[in-house]
Design a protein around this ligand. Structure first.
Ligand code: ADP
Length: 726
């Protein structure tokens, strides 16, 4: 077995094809799986070195030891790889200057274009052909290897941030990349128990955590964001808005929540010929990653009592190279009152891996054709790992925009429509978000207590109309591919820069709180008993928390005059000014730049406020009824079970008692037996009245007539004779 060395490669495979990615180029070759190849394939996939592969092929026992060793090495290597990437980005964007602080000029634009063109040739050097032998078949491959970066001391990329040495806690996040980016920006990584400035967590925190947050702390989730991040809640909110604004809210496919809306969906599907031929997509009500999704055009075959989401299937999506795709649009919310939404200019288009054909009974189970989730399609051998702009199963928005321009589509208008559906989706949950935010953070006056990156999944139909499919509160930050790293790292960096306003100065806020509490305590001392009670109630929970925090920090109380002069500009306007000057690659979509557009969105704010969000819609009433019915049914069933169980117990008890009962004395038992025997002997038939007899005869007559009229006798004789003949 000869394997080419000194090459950076990954291997991606599935039963029929062997796919090897040598740095930037992909090769595909037919092969037949055998055990050795399977093992080799796994090792190559996990980037084992060639020596390791050869060692394991000679001695399979070695795999365990090598895996452990590799894991250890990878942990230390992780940081280095990130630095390499950072340098590459730095190189591309211009030396040492963060792109968002650099004004593009013509030279830069030209350079960028040239860079884009030559990106592959610049980064990779084509080396000689190589041979790879697998399963006794020899393949000839033309390979590329990464150009060696010039040696010398590497500079850490320098970003102009808020100048605060803030701290970030990422221990509740599985993505190491967030910690790395935070560190490069100057954040200190701390544990959850410390007084962090920013807490980055993958899961949604409980109310207790929100309530315990100090005035300088921020968290990456809003309380109540589930209203748009669970499929069923999103559908409920969008359906409610659709009722209020039937023309403006056609931003998602027609959706029903089962079991409550089962009847409606069935009616819709049987309504007319067009709907009869319609395909529906069925999803679990709170699922993700394409799990449990299937297509059907027969809603009658669905169990009406199961909880799920039913949607009309968009059967004419926009296709690129014949493949269906969806867009993962990253959206940052930095404030809910006032509502401030930013959309990231770069994002990911995720492609299906089988060419698209409209659903038929034959292909509707082909998930590689109809679903665009990475988690589904990565399992297909056709998954394209190519890193070039115009190929690959994951592409950047910049590549999609270029494609759209080539096809003469209006790109700006298209993104304007996407911004519109994002704003409308957030607006559908806005009253809840605002209410929850104020309930959880009454004391946060300096900075926003929360920010959130939402991952909007958007599908575009062949008429270029975008539809929102779902919203993710914790979009994946895995960086399996180069495009992932390019997009997600920049996204995290720009987000952290944008949310770390200079106002979030921990020490300053602690000082202020201490001063406030000190003043209150002094007043308390001076005042008489009556006023004491009043003043004590005005000391908020946050004050106490912050005071104890400052004690825990061990800061010495600074002079009171040490306050920065923020007079004139309120905290909010300072935050806005900061955000506007640190947009990075974000664009602000709410509040809109265009005043007409802003007026247009005002109607949704106003009407939502009038119509109580908690008011009962017909669907919610129906849902309530169904759940009540279900609850009653379950209770009834339980009751019956209990009855059966208690009946059985009673019977068992009786039997037990009978068994335990002492036997009757023989004389008495004999007496009982004789009485029973005599009673039987003396039995005479009861008296039958004449009327009873008449009634009996009439019934017999009727029976006879019925038999005759229905020709049952003939039928019976006929079958009898048939059987006889056979
Ligand atoms: P999940 O949360 O499991 O990823 P999604 O709602 O995002 O569920 O759906 C998964 C995939 O199914 C989407 O990426 C999209 O390709 C496809 N899909 C979902 N809904 C529709 C629809 N109404 N019409 C066409 N395709 C859809």
């Amino acid at each position: 077995m000869k394997i080419i060395t000194n090459l950076k490669y990954t291997l991606w495979s599935k039963s029929e094809h062997l796919r090897i990615n040598f740095a930037d180029q992909a090769f595909q070759a037919p092969y037949r799986t055998n055990e050795k190849v399977g093992q080799l394939q796994k090792m190559m996939y996990h980037n084992f070195s060639d020596e390791d592969v050869e060692t394991v092929l000679q001695n399979p026992e070695e795999l365990r030891r090598l895996s452990k060793e590799k894991l250890r090495k990878e942990k230390t290597r992780g940081v280095r790889i990130d630095r390499e990437l950072e340098c590459a980005l730095k190189e591309r964007n211009g030396d040492g200057v963060h792109p968002m602080h650099r004004k593009p000029n013509e030279d830069d634009m030209e350079k960028k274009e040239l860079d884009n063109k030559n990106e592959v040739t610049k980064k990779y050097e084509v080396v000689s052909d190589g041979l790879i032998q697998l399963n006794n078949v020899c393949f000839r491959l033309k390979c590329a290897s990464l150009l060696k970066t010039p040696q010398g001391p590497r500079e850490e990329p320098h970003y102009v941030t808020s100048g605060i040495k803030g701290s970030i806690c990422v221990s509740n996040s599985r993505y190491s990349m967030i910690g790395h980016v935070g560190k490069t920006l100057g954040f200190k990584l701390v544990k959850e128990a410390k007084l962090w400035n920013i807490l980055w967590t993958d899961s949604l925190p409980g109310v207790e955590l929100y309530k315990s947050m100090k005035r300088f702390q921020q968290i990456n989730h809003y309380p109540g964001m589930m209203e748009i991040c669970r499929k069923d809640l999103l559908s409920r909110n969008l359906n409610r808005m659709l009722k209020l604004f039937p023309h403006e809210y056609k931003i998602f496919p027609k959706t029903w929540i089962f079991p409550a809306d089962y009847g409606d969906a069935l009616n819709y599907s049987l309504n007319n010929i067009k709907n009869k031929a319609r395909t529906f997509i069925i999803k679990p009500d709170s699922g993700a990653m394409g799990r449990g999704i299937w297509l059907t055009n027969d809603l009658k075959s669905i169990n009406p009592s199961e909880r799920m989401i039913c949607q009309t299937y968009i059967n004419k999506p926009l296709l690129i190279d014949g493949y269906k795709f969806d867009l993962r649009v990253y959206t940052l919310i930095t404030s809910v009152d006032p509502l401030r939404i930013f959309v990231y200019n770069e994002g990911l288009a995720r492609f299906a891996t089988s060419k698209y054909v409209e659903p038929t009974s034959e292909n509707s189970s082909d998930l590689f054709m109809h679903l665009t989730n990475y988690s589904v399609n990565k399992r297909n051998s056709q998954y394209d790992l190519c890193d070039n702009d115009d190929c690959g199963s994951k592409r950047k928005f910049s590549a999609i925009n270029n494609w759209l321009r080539r096809q003469n589509y209006e790109v700006d208008k298209f993104w304007g429509n996407i911004d519109d559906i994002i704003i409308k989706t957030v607006l559908s949950a806005w009253p809840m978000l605002k209410h929850n935010y104020h309930a959880c953070f009454p004391a946060h006056d300096k900075i926003q207590a929360c920010f959130e990156i939402l991952g909007f999944d958007i599908l575009v139909d062949s008429k270029m109309k975008p539809y929102v499919l779902e919203v993710n509160h914790s979009p994946s930050y895995h960086t399996h591919e180069l495009v992932d790293r390019q997009v997600k790292k920049a996204l995290i960096r720009d987000t952290l820069v944008m949310v770390s306003t200079p106002l979030a100065d921990k020490k300053q806020i602690l000082r202020e709180d201490r001063k406030r509490i000190k003043q209150r305590l002094l007043k308390l001392k001076q005042s008489d008993n009556g006023t004491t009670v009043l003043q004590r109630t005005t000391t908020t929970r946050a004050d106490i928390n912050n005071a104890s925090a400052s004690v825990a920090e061990g800061d010495s109380p600074p002079p009171l005059e040490d306050q920065p002069d923020t007079a004139g500009l309120s905290a909010l306007s300072q935050q806005i000014a900061w955000e506007e000057s640190h947009l990075g690659d974000f664009r602000r979509v709410m509040p809109s730049h265009d005043s007409d557009r802003l007026n247009y969105y005002c109607q949704f704010f106003a009407l939502q406020n009038q119509a109580s969000i908690y008011s009962e819609t017909a669907a919610s009433k129906k849902r309530e009824e169904v759940s009540k019915k279900l609850r009653l049914e379950i209770e009834e069933k339980k009751q019956r079970q209990m009855e059966v169980i208690s009946g059985q117990r009673r019977r068992m008890k009786l039997e037990e008692r009978r068994r335990k009962r002492p036997a009757l004395p023989r004389a008495i038992a004999e007496h009982h037996r004789l009485t029973r025997f005599r009673a039987k002997e003396n039995w005479t038939p009861g008296f039958i009245s004449e009327a009873e007899e008449r009634l009996r005869r009439t019934w017999m007559q009727m029976r006879g007539e019925m038999l005759r009229n229905n020709k049952i006798v003939q039928m019976m004789t006929h079958t009898e004779s048939k059987i006889y003949l056979n």
